[in-house]
Design a protein around this ligand. Structure first.
Ligand SMILES: Nc1ncnc2c1ncn2[C@@H]1O[C@H](COP(=O)(O)OP(=O)(O)OP(=O)(O)O)[C@@H](O)[C@H]1O
Length: 502
C-alpha cells in the first residue's frame, strides 16, 4: 500500500485569461502520490482550463508546475505525456471493431524491424498491461462485446500504456449505471494502491464524497477550498460550489395533471434492429413522464424513434388523436416535438456558431419578417434565455465552442425552449451540468409542464428522475417492465430495484 502523503504534482499560482477575461486567478492545486483528488466547481469555474494547462493544450499566462519538486515546462501535449500526465477521454476514442490490444496501442503500435505493425508484440504487451491492471479479458477480442464500463477501463489502460503516473478523469461516470460505476471505482482504488494519482472531475457530489481522498473547489476561477473529503459534508461542498444557498431543491412536488385526453399515444412499437418490444404508453399535456432503465435497455431508442431519427418495424404513434408517420426530425418538429439529445456535441449544437445562432436555429422561420429576419426579436429571445438559464458567456455572439461543457448543455435546452414545442423529449438533459444549474433546469422543466407542455425525460440519475417525474416507465431489455406513479415510489432504492429486477 502506498501511503498517501507525498506531494507529487504542484500547480502554483496558475493564471489564464481569454480575451482579457481572467478565467483562472492564481490557482493553487496539489496532488499527492496515490491520491484521488476531486476537482469540482460550477459550469465555467475553470476546471477544464486548469486541466488543459496541465496537459499542454493551453498555455498558462503565469504560475508554475512542479513534479516531484522539480519545475517542469508543459507547452504542448507531448510535454505532458513525457511527464507522465494522461487524460482519460470522456467521449470514447475507441474503435468498436478493433481488438482490445489494437485499441490500447492505436497510433502507437509496436513495429517490427521492417517497420510493419507487429500484431504479436501488440498482443503480448496488451496482455502484460491488462494483467498488471487485473483486467481479466482476452486482448485479441474486439471491444464491441463489452459494456461501456469496460470501455472506460480500456481507455484507462490506453492512458497507462505510456507509463502515466497522473490520470485525469473528466466525468467518467456520466454514461455508467450504478453497478458499472462500482466496477470503475474498484479499479480506481487498485490504481491508487499502485501509486497512480487521479484527478477526478465530476458534478456528482455523492460520488465525489465516496471516491475522493481530497476535494478542491473552484469558483469563478479561484480555488475556494481544498480539504480532506472525510471532513466535508455534501451541503458544505454544494454551498462552496454555488457560493450561496441553492434556490431550488431536488424535492419532489406532487402536481395535479388533468389526464383527460393524451397528447401522445404510442401503441405496440416494435423494432428488431433497435430491440424495442411492444412499447405502449400515453403522455398527457402538463405531464412529466420519466424513463428509467439500464444502459442499453432501449431508453434513447424510444425517444429517437418518436423523433424520426430511428425507424421502427411496426406500431403506431398518435399525436392529438391523429396517427403520424414521423420519418425525420424535420417532420417531428412540424408535429410539435423537440428533442434535447444525449450527445450535445454531435447532435445538439453547431459549435462554430454563436450562442444566438444556435438558440435561434429552430425558430428562424418564425422570426423571418417579410424581407429579413427580425434581428431585434432574436436578440431579445437569446438574452432572456441567457438570463433565465444563467448561461455563462461573454455575450450572445460568443461561439458555442468556447463555452464550458455545462453551459453548452444549457444552450441546447434553451434552443428548444425558444422553439416552444408541445412535446419535449429530453435525453439526459443534465449531464455535465453543475449542481446549481441542475436544480434550475429541474425547476424550468416543471414550469414548462405547468404551462401544459408534455415532457418525457430520460435520466440515469435517479435522484433527478424522482424529483421531477409524475410517472416513471421502467424499461428492461427493450420492453416496458413497469409503469409506476411517482407517489407510489418511496425511495431511490426501490426504483433502483425495479430497474435491476424489472
Ligand atoms: N478557448 C476559449 N476561449 C474563450 N473562452 C474560453 C475558452 N476556453 C474556456 N473559456 C472560458 O473559460 C471559462 C472556464 O471554462 P472551463 O471549461 O474551464 O469551465 P469548467 O469548470 O470546466 O466548466 P464545466 O463544468 O461546464 O465543464 C468559461 O467561462 C469558458 O467560457
Amino acid at each position: 500500500m502506498i501511503k498517501v502523503s507525498e506531494v507529487f504534482l504542484k500547480m502554483e499560482n496558475i493564471s489564464k485569461s481569454f480575451n482579457k477575461i481572467k478565467v483562472l486567478k492564481e490557482v493553487n492545486f496539489e496532488l499527492r502520490k496515490g491520491e484521488i483528488h476531486a476537482l469540482v466547481g460550477g459550469n465555467g469555474a475553470g476546471k477544464s482550463t486548469l486541466m488543459k494547462i496541465l496537459t499542454g493544450v493551453y498555455k498558462k499566462d503565469s504560475g508554475k508546475i512542479l513534479i516531484n519538486g522539480t519545475k517542469v515546462e508543459i507547452n504542448e501535449p507531448k510535454d505532458a505525456k513525457a511527464n507522465g500526465i494522461a487524460m482519460v477521454f470522456q467521449e470514447f476514442s475507441l474503435v468498436p471493431t478493433l481488438t482490445i490490444a489494437q485499441n490500447i496501442f492505436l497510433n502507437q503500435e509496436p513495429k517490427s524491424r521492417l517497420g510493419f505493425i507487429d500484431d504479436k508484440k501488440c498482443l503480448k504487451r496488451a496482455q502484460a498491461l491488462l494483467n498488471n491492471l487485473n483486467i481479466d479479458v482476452p486482448p485479441a477480442e474486439t471491444i464491441d462485446k463489452y459494456s461501456v464500463a469496460y470501455w472506460q477501463l480500456f481507455e484507462i489502460a490506453k492512458a497507462l500504456s505510456y507509463n502515466s503516473k497522473i490520470l485525469i478523469m473528466d466525468e467518467p461516470t456520466s454514461s455508467l449505471s450504478e453497478s458499472e460505476t462500482e466496477i470503475l471505482f474498484d479499479f480506481m482504488k487498485q490504481l491508487k494502491d499502485k501509486g497512480i494519482s487521479i484527478i477526478y472531475i465530476s458534478h456528482r457530489m455523492e460520488e465525489v464524497l465516496k471516491i475522493a481522498d481530497r476535494v478542491t473547489i473552484l469558483r469563478n476561477g479561484e480555488n475556494v477550498l481544498t480539504e480532506n473529503s472525510s471532513n466535508l459534508t455534501l451541503e458544505q461542498i454544494i454551498e462552496n460550489i454555488v457560493g450561496r444557498e441553492l434556490e431550488h431543491s431536488f424535492e419532489w412536488q406532487k402536481r395535479e395533471i388533468g389526464r383527460k385526453e393524451p397528447i401522445l399515444k404510442v401503441k405496440n412499437l416494435n423494432s428488431k434492429r433497435y430491440n424495442l418490444k411492444n412499447i405502449s404508453f400515453e403522455l398527457y399535456p402538463g405531464e412529466i413522464l420519466g424513463i428509467a432503465g439500464l444502459m442499453g435497455s432501449g431508453r434513447t431508442e424510444i425517444v429517437e424513434s418518436l423523433f424520426g431519427i430511428k425507424s421502427y418495424d411496426s406500431g403506431e404513434i398518435m399525436i392529438n388523436n391523429k396517427k403520424v408517420g414521423i420519418e425525420s426530425p424535420q417532420e417531428a418538429l412540424r408535429e410539435g416535438l423537440a428533442l434535447v439529445p444525449e450527445n450535445r456535441r454531435t447532435q445538439g449544437l453547431i459549435l462554430d456558431h454563436s450562442v444566438k445562432n444556435n438558440i435561434l436555429l429552430p425558430i428562424l422561420k418564425k422570426l423571418k419578417g417579410k424581407l429579413f429576419i427580425n434581428d431585434k426579436e432574436g436578440r431579445n429571445i437569446t438574452e432572456k434565455l441567457i438570463e433565465t438559464m444563467s448561461i455563462k458567456t461573454d455575450g450572445i455572439n460568443q461561439k458555442v465552442k468556447f463555452l464550458s461543457g455545462g453551459n453548452q448543455q444549457k444552450v441546447v435546452i434553451g434552443k428548444w425552449i425558444a422553439h416552444q414545442p408541445e412535446i419535449f423529449l429530453m435525453d439526459e438533459p443534465t449531464i455535465g451540468v453543475d449542481i446549481g444549474a441542475k436544480t434550475e433546469i429541474i425547476e424550468l422543466i416543471r414550469s414548462l409542464a405547468n404551462e401544459n407542455k408534455a415532457i418525457i425525460i430520460i435520466s440515469s440519475e435517479l435522484q433527478e428522475l424522482m424529483a421531477i417525474s409524475d410517472r416513471i416507465i421502467v424499461l428492461k431489455n427493450g420492453s416496458i417492465s413497469r409503469t409506476i406513479n411517482r407517489e407510489d415510489i418511496f425511495s431511490e432504492e426501490e426504483l433502483q430495484y425495479a430497474i435491476q429486477k424489472g
